[in-house]
Write a protein that binds this ligand. Sequence first.
Ligand code: GTP
Ligand code: MG
Length: 138
Amino acid sequence: IQRTFSIIKPDATKRNLTGQIVAKFEEAGLRIVASKRIQLTLAQAQHFYGVHKERPFFDELCEFMISEPIVVQVLEGEDAIAKNREVMGATNPADAAEGTIRKEFALSVGENSVHGSDAPETAAEEIAFFFSGLELVG
Ligand code: GTP
Ligand code: MG
């Protein structure tokens, strides 16, 4: 059993798609073990996306991520990291497979509705950044 970290991004919360996206996680066999709606500060967004700070889209990405509330969650299941990335679909919705969250809901490569951890190390870091141990109810 593995845990991964997920964000339902501003483009999705703004369009009232939180429930439909959570349903996709649950249908895939992922269990929500923590969930909260928050609004990031610019400093938090810059820290979270620190690996991308040299990329040309960094400022745009951080401004987008603070533009509306987000929903941060911890998802648990067999191979949760890979399973979540499969349900999310490709980063660019134009490349995303049929039935994936990004195919159905994303607006563009930037406004792509969800984030999911890409490895066990990043999952652990991202979960610890947003949640205390007491908030994880397995
Ligand atoms: P995450 O789960 O969000 O990390 O997505 P990813 O792993 O599929 O993509 P990646 O880590 O390469 O990029 C992180 C995020 O940066 C993406 O999800 C997009 O929101 C954003 N992003 C990536 N490429 C572009 C781009 O060309 N333009 C803009 N505006 N944003 C981008
Ligand atoms: Mg990534």
